[in-house]
Design a protein around this ligand. Structure first.
Ligand code: SIN
Length: 530
């Protein structure tokens, strides 16, 4: 049995930030299921929203966040996270992160601030259109230098070990360790720890079309759920309005910053259409823009709409959006000469493992941070680029709390994993079939526009799939694919169950059966295992 003071599952910005702080106190293991930089963070293009300019104010950022959140943000959480953002960003900069600068009209060097939908001011700190990648590299370099951190790549968390599972009936449930699958050795290891942190990112892969990397299978949410943690607001999946529509470019995001720099949405007839849907046009919050695109495509029977940024010079586009420029060109689209075909795609889960402002969950010793967590910041719709900020701030806050609460507890022997007489799965193809089925049915029945009937269909199909997957899990040797599939189906079920229970439309949850807000339902959806 391995033992660490802190075990962090996930190697994105939240997990790595926590690890660096915790390593000043004790031994740390980072469990990451692929390579160290495979994370949602590494794919984030836009940047970090933060008030740094004299023309901006904290009140305006708070107001924009609350407006986007459509009545469901927790204002105390919003104010705390936005207020503590600048100090956390300063620490990231001291670690080596370099945000883009520009020379202003007085010849002074200042941060080059981007603009995105729902923001009333320019306030997005960015590194061209590769912000997440640069943050990830900066943090990983620091982690690799740290003697107290053990990086376990190709290791996937299977389940938490809680006092309840160990048979303790009295007192609150406490997490005391976890089972981790070593993909190379094909075996499950037991890890004892004082503090477990779930920082596994999002769950975009429950959908057929997503801007997320392959690792985004809702692992943290499913693992926490199985252990008995409360899960909140899973109906609020954010669809990004502009994912590249191209048969060969999988999941490639066209950053909202392109619209922030003047990109216009046009239909296949070359007409702008956003003004028919919202007075804020291309820079309305994401839920509004994604629904408008969906409606326009359905109305016209088109497979995509187009984003036109030809108003900007080629040199500007190549310097400001090098990744988008190069990726589109590689796929035969010269963005300086032609509009970019785009469609909405699943992008960000606003719900997750319910935490307080210290990242603690309903299980003692278990923390959740980053996209896998639900703090109350995003409400019914996340304001663009608020999530990296949340990841950094909550990593700092959770680490400060864990330091005081759980450090250096007595060692406790934990049972080894038993694989019993599990067989090799003879037909691996069934895993891929089930995976495809979940992603397709979620896209068709739990997409941008919902109805009770569609959600009911999704419920029935997911139930059947869950039973089949449970059978594979108990009877066959586990693999990373099977573990991901198991997490994917659980996450999808939590999403549909939450959507079924919200009999109104709010933020990202839009249903034709209840198209208006219901003030009585202006509250979070909390799901607890019965
Ligand atoms: C984008 O660049 O459009 C994504 C930013 C975000 O999701 O916050």
């Amino acid at each position: 049995m391995n033992q660490f003071n802190y075990v962090i599952v996930g190697s994105g910005s939240a997990g790595l930030t926590f690890a660096l702080k915790a390593a000043e106190q004790g031994s740390v293991a980072i469990v990451t299921k692929r390579s160290r930089s495979d994370s949602n963070t590494a794919w984030a293009q836009g940047g970090i929203a933060c008030v740094t300019s004299d023309e901006d104010s904290m009140e305006l950022h708070v107001r924009d966040t609350l407006v986007a959140g459509d009545g469901l943000c927790n204002e105390e959480v919003v104010r705390t996270i936005l207020k503590e953002g600048p100090a956390c960003i300063a620490e990231l900069v001291s670690c080596g992160m370099d945000f883009d600068k520009r020379t202003n009209e007085n010849g002074k060097n200042e941060l080059d601030l981007g603009k995105e939908g729902g923001h009333s001011k320019r306030r997005i700190l960015h590194a061209r259109d590769r912000t997440g990648f640069e943050i990830e590299q900066t943090l990983i370099a620091a982690v690799l230098r740290h003697p107290n951190i053990t990086l376990l790549e190709n290791h996937m968390a299977v389940d938490l070990i809680t006092t309840e599972k160990l048979g303790e009936k009295n007192g609150p449930i406490r997490c005391v360790g976890l089972y981790v699958f070593d993909e190379k050795k094909e075996c499950v290891e037991t890890i004892r720890t004082d503090v477990t942190v779930l920082a596994t990112g999002g769950c975009g892969k429950v959908y057929l079309y997503t801007t997320n990397p392959d690792i985004a299978t809702g692992d943290g949410i499913a693992i926490a759920w199985r252990a008995g943690a409360a899960i909140a607001n899973m109906e609020f999946m954010q669809f990004h309005p502009t994912c590249l529509y191209h048969p060969k470019a999988k999941s490639f995001l066209i950053s909202e910053a392109v619209r922030g720099e003047g990109g216009l949405l046009i239909n296949s007839a070359g007409e702008r259409f956003m003004e028919h849907y919202d007075s804020r046009r291309e820079l309305a919050p994401r839920d509004v823009v994604a629904r408008a695109i969906d409606a326009e495509m359905k109305k016209r029977g088109d497979e995509c709409v187009y984003l036109d940024i030809r108003s900007k010079s080629p040199i500007f586009l190549q310097q400001r959006f090098p990744k988008i420029y190069e990726t589109c060109l590689h796929n035969g689209i010269d963005i300086t000469q032609e509009p970019i075909p785009v469609v909405p795609a699943a992008h960000y889960q606003c719900g997750g493992i319910k935490t307080d402002l210290h990242g603690t969950t309903s299980i003692a010793g278990l923390y959740a941070i980053g996209e896998t967590a639900f703090t109350g910041l995003h409400g019914a719709n996340r304001l663009a680029s608020n999530s990296l900020l949340e990841a950094l701030v909550m990593a700092h806050r959770a680490e400060a709390h864990a330091r005081g609460e759980y450090h250096h507890q007595d060692p406790m022997a934990l049972p080894a994993w038993h694989s019993g007489d599990a067989q090799d799965l003879d037909e691996r193809v069934v895993i891929h079939h089930n995976w495809d089925e979940i992603r397709r049915l979620m896209w068709d029945y739990m997409g941008i526009v919902r109805t009770d009937k569609r959600l009911q269909r999704a419920t029935t199909r997911l139930k059947n799939l869950e039973m089949e997957i449970r059978d594979f899990y108990w009877n066959f040797k586990i693999s990373a694919d099977l573990l991901e599939l198991r997490n994917l189906v659980t996450t999808a079920q939590l999403m549909v169950q939450s959507a079924m229970s919200r009999k109104e439309s709010r933020g990202l949850h839009y249903t034709l059966d209840y198209p208006e807000h219901d003030p009585e339902l202006c509250r979070d959806t909390i799901i607890l295992k019965t």
